[in-house]
Design a protein around this ligand. Structure first.
Ligand code: NAD
Length: 294
């Protein structure tokens, strides 16, 4: 049979490969004949990978040490690792979910990828209103900053670390969705494609944290809409593997929403909107603080 995916013998790097969607993607890539490099801060037990590299994506030194152990040519990069913000503060959440991905792309992938190679991130439907001006004004300075130190300085200058990590998650995912357009605009001339997959609620290592943030399992299930269940990790792993495959060779700059139709109904105003802009959230936080002082 023809190798439609085209992964045979190709070098694929997967972050977050130890659990959930990243693990599902890594397993499928091994099956499809790719040489898989698994990156995570927890041990990866996926059978058949070429190498596991332990990395903390929240630290530049750790990322640099990790890429020193990776091949000089990377065909396929999957930026899947992330934190929910329940256990991490705002700035740490943004550093892992946004800064690491932009730093890796700009510092390493632009230099180690050539025509026909591809990048796919897993972001979130939680960052779906990324294109609203009320969000852009916050994340643009951080995206436009060049180099790790400048990006970190832009993040510190926003002075948002007093906000919960879960808002950092929303901020980071909105910014990552914008980044798909921003960075593909630069890298596509190199012949490298760049896309993202936006999952709805999925039953992974993060489920209990998202359940806590949503106010319980029942509320979390409501966000799954017509699916009436959470997605399985492979239901995200498989489409993200598709995005970097030869079958998607004319797809770039795409935000692929994989949520069984939940978000498009909000967008079409067929059901009430739940997503707010950062500006609206900050107003709400200020109003609550003022009310608490009275
Ligand atoms: N589960 C959901 O409902 C859902 C919904 C939308 C988006 N997402 C996104 O999907 C992606 C995959 O998450 P998942 O749901 O499979 O969760 P998961 O917790 O099962 O997997 C996340 C992986 O990232 C790794 N990781 C986290 N921080 C790291 C760091 N600093 N350095 C190295 N590795 C780190 C973890 O060890 C873990 O293996 C994340 O970016 C997440 O934000 C998840």
């Amino acid at each position: 049979m023809k190798d439609y995916f085209g992964y045979k013998g190709k070098t694929a790097v997967v972050t977050g490969a130890s659990s959930g969607m990243g693990r599902a993607a890594a397993e499928m890539l091994v099956d499809l004949g790719a040489k898989v490099y698994a990156l995570d801060w927890n041990e990866c037990t996926v059978e058949g990978i070429v190498k596991f590299v332990k990395v903390n994506l929240g630290e530049k030194e750790s990322i640099d040490a990790c890429f020193a152990q990776l091949p000089e040519h990377i065909n396929s990069f999957f930026g899947i690792a992330g934190v929910s913000g329940i256990k991490t503060d705002f700035n740490t959440t943004v550093t892992i979910d946004l800064l690491a991905n932009t730093y890796i792309t700009e510092e390493y992938l632009t230099k180690r990828m050539t025509k026909g190679d591809a990048i796919a991130f897993i972001t979130s439907t939680g960052g779906f209103n990324w294109d609203r001006e009320g969000n852009k004004i916050f994340y643009l300075p951080l995206i436009e900053a060049e180099g790790w130190d400048a990006k970190k300085a832009a993040l510190e200058a926003m002075n948002l670390n007093r906000l919960p990590g879960t808002l950092g998650y929303m901020f980071a995912k909105s910014a990552m969705n914008y980044y798909v357009a921003y960075q593909q605009n630069r890298i596509v001339e190199q012949g490298v494609r760049l896309n993202a997959l936006l999952p709805g609620s999925t039953d992974t290592g993060m489920k209990s944290e998202f359940s806590m943030a949503a106010g319980g399992d029942e509320k979390l299930l409501q966000s799954a809409g017509h699916a009436h269940r959470l997605a399985e990790p492979s239901e995200m792993g498989e489409p993200v593997v598709f995005l970097n495959s030869d079958m998607a060779r004319f797809i770039s700059g795409e935000l692929l929403v994989v949520d069984f139709g939940a978000v498009i109904e909000e967008q079409a105003q067929l059901k009430p909107e739940t997503l707010m802009t950062m500006e609206q959230i900050l107003e709400m936080v200020k109003a609550r603080a003022a009310a608490a002082q009275q």
